[in-house]
Design a protein around this ligand. Structure first.
Ligand SMILES: CSC[C@@H](O)[C@@H](O)C(=O)COP(=O)(O)O
Length: 330
């Protein structure tokens, strides 16, 4: 199982997900700003992994300057790195709450480190539990379609949607994974396929527009995806393209399952309409792996996420178990 995030006591080492699967290289972060840049530039990505990374970014900030002012500035810098995944904000709040009132701080860097390491380990335990609950829920489904990357690279290890798929495989109940390529950043083609191949899972790459065809042709039994933010009513933001899969699954009567730790549930975000959707640089769409695929100056729209209405979700799997519709998380 690949480790995307390594903490070395005085710096953070991130596996550079921009160059996988062709290169294995690492980016070192020694400040909160460097950590925020790594999140924004997608060196590390995936909601739980972003949260864990931000926790360590705050440790680095306090190691460099243990004043409450510097800590506050670091929280702002990290919070501005990506807007949609609630795990980023959950992690920042978790460290703030753990440190408590600055008037009582003794050794905030050491305390923040303890908090970050616990947050990191806790996420791994949550992933394993999600895998077990999800595999139990999917009694007869053996052919799975998934979107984006929700595996070890996107979490502290094992994965959420991919964690359920891994668990099905461990139980010898997996016959086929279809991995959507996930335009434009290609998390599916580059990362999910690679992770599956590492673990010898039966994976086949498909393009994002093929889901309806696979369902029509009776080639998939369920869709399992991750989440970047689950609103209180169950509306779920995830990688762009997810909502179309949910619509197709609904039409075909195929279970559409969302897998996420409770750190992805935003009880204060009431509905999907309240979820900020990140718009990313246009060259991610107009270029593939830095090669242009359109005429220059082509107008581009690049929302990184979409919202799947709760009404299309069959179940939300967390470490606490299975939530069935109608969802209510506050
Ligand atoms: C366990 S990862 C869950 C989600 O974060 C994942 O499905 C996703 O949409 C990732 O988007 P990304 O833009 O790669 O950070």
């Amino acid at each position: 199982m690949v480790e995307a995030i390594k903490w070395h006591g005085d710096h953070l080492e991130l596996l550079d997900q921009r160059v996988l699967p062709f290169e294995t290289s690492f980016v070192q972060c020694r400040t909160a700003q460097e950590t925020a840049d790594a999140i924004r530039n997608m060196v590390v990505r995936g909601a739980p992994a972003i949260g864990v990374t931000a926790s360590y970014g705050l440790v680095l900030a306090l190691q460099n300057d243990a004043s409450p002012q510097a800590f506050h500035a670091a929280c702002e810098v990290l919070a501005a790195s990506r807007p949609t995944a609630i795990n980023l904000f959950d992690a920042i709040d978790n460290t703030k709450e753990g440190l408590g009132n600055p008037a009582g701080w003794q050794n905030p860097a050491a305390e923040a480190e303890r908090i970050a390491v616990a947050y990191h380990q806790d996420d791994l335990a949550k992933n394993k539990a999600i895998g077990r609950h999800g595999a139990q829920f999917l009694a007869g489904q053996r052919r799975v379609l998934t979107h984006c990357n929700t595996g070890s690279l996107a979490t502290s290890g094992w994965g959420t949607a991919l964690g359920i798929i891994r668990q099905l495989n461990e139980e010898q109940r997996l016959t086929q994974v279809y991995a959507n390529e996930t335009r434009p950043f290609l998390q599916g083609a580059r990362l999910t396929v690679w992770e599956c191949q590492q673990d010898k899972l039966p994976v086949t790459l498909v393009t994002d527009g093929m889901g309806g065809h696979l369902m029509n042709a009776d080639m998939v039994d369920c869709v399992i995806v991750g989440a970047d933010r689950i609103a209180a009513n169950g509306d779920t933001a995830n990688k762009i393209g997810t909502s179309m899969l949910a619509m197709a699954a609904h039409f075909h009567g195929i279970p559409f399952v969302v897998a996420a730790p409770t750190t992805t549930i935003a009880t204060k975000t009431l509905t999907g309409k309240d979820i900020p959707i990140e718009e990313r640089p246009h060259d991610e769409v107009s270029h593939v792996r830095k090669n242009p695929i359109t005429a220059p100056n082509t107008a581009v729209f690049n929302p990184a996420f979409d919202v799947t209405p709760a009404a299309l979700i069959s179940a939300i799997v967390t470490e606490d178990g299975i939530f069935h519709p109608p969802f209510k998380f506050n």
